[in-house]
Design a protein around this ligand. Structure first.
Ligand code: TMP
Length: 220
């Protein structure tokens, strides 16, 4: 059985914590599981991540940004995602194609049709079986993200956190529009319910997917 699960959400939506919890849960069930992220994954994509998130790169054009996300993804798919899915197991990926549509499309206002074409191209036929959209109001998420960066002293990853609140609201609107268009794949979870409740919901959704995939083979 192979499954590709992606996590999406605005800044500070708590994806990292929930991904780690789900990984533990699946591992306890004896299911091989790999956590990865975008931008990032293999060494080349991690280098691209550094370029993308460096707050000193103020001159970066939206189009350069878009191509770098797509480049990171092409490498990630080829080196990590495809080989793992072939072996069998569950991939938990922190952001994927939807992030490009929400951030570069809705956030930066680049043509959404162009982004969808590029996404299809870079992801080489791989699509998520399930996307968990961890949702919260943009102001709350941003506050959490800024707090987290201060605590971890992770000031080098702050290029997006510095964007104006209007940008983050457009991103959230984009994510919710994607979820509305693809309700079977994208499940929206309100993170204001708190970490425990959010995980309960995730477990319910993933258990259901596991049952369906063992009965009908969602992917293989
Ligand atoms: P992270 O902080 O969740 O690891 O994500 C890194 C940042 O990159 C986050 O601000 C969202 C942004 N991003 C895009 O703008 N487009 C994309 O395609 C992806 C994958 C992430």
């Amino acid at each position: 059985m192979s499954l590709f699960i992606t996590f999406e959400g605005v800044e500070g939506s708590g994806k990292t914590t929930q991904i780690q919890r789900l990984k533990k849960y699946l591992t306890r069930k004896g299911i091989p599981c790999k956590v990865t992220r975008e931008p990032g994954g293999p060494p080349i994509s991690e280098k691209i991540r550094k370029i993308l998130l460096d707050p000193d790169h103020r001159e970066m054009l939206p189009l350069s940004e878009l191509f770098l996300y797509e480049a990171s993804r092409a490498q990630h798919i080829k080196e990590v995602i495809k080989p793992f899915l072939k072996k069998g197991g569950v991939i938990l990926c922190d952001r994927f194609n939807d992030a490009t549509l929400a951030y570069q499309g809705y956030g930066r206002k680049i043509d959404c049709d162009l982004i969808q074409k590029l996404n299809r191209f870079s992801s080489q036929g791989i699509e998520p079986d399930l996307t968990l959209l961890l949702d919260c109001p943009s102001d709350l998420g941003l506050k959490r993200a800024l707090q987290r960066n201060r605590i971890s002293k992770n000031e080098k990853e702050g290029r997006f956190e510095r964007e104006k609140i209007q940008f983050h609201r457009r991103v959230r609107k984009g994510y919710l529009a994607i979820a509305k268009k693809e309700p079977r794949r994208v499940k929206v979870i309100d993170t204001r319910a708190g970490e425990e409740k959010v995980f309960e919901k995730i477990r319910e959704i993933v258990d259901d997917l596991l049952v369906r995939s063992s009965q009908f083979g969602v992917r293989s």
